[in-house]
Design a protein around this ligand. Sequence first.
Ligand SMILES: [Zn+2]
Length: 125
Amino acid sequence: MNNRIDISYWVEAKATSAVRRFYPSAVAKELSIPINIVFEKLVDMVRDGKLDLLWEVICPECYRACSIDTSQDAKLNLECECVAGHTFVVGIDNIVPSFQITNNYISKARENSKKKEQSLRLMPV
Ligand SMILES: [Zn+2]
């Protein structure tokens, strides 16, 4: 069994569903693959333009996501205020990576699944 292929299939399946964004921990848990392998593969998929890496800032007081940084580099040492009004300085403990499926990859994955359906229908019963 090839873990990296499993991860591609997982992401492709999500791309044809309503899921747009997910945490690497969800993939690791569902597929029982170590998180470091999952993360590496997902970063490869960012390079391929299939995913965007987003850093979420989590409030240390109430654990609510406080803002989403769309740049690839997490910004540390910035002051941040959550919806409940807690202010804190963003550090390595307050940020979690999440991945968003790109629109481009979603349309490709949907096309692929349509093609698969059509070829199944064409098969003689
Ligand atoms: Zn808070």
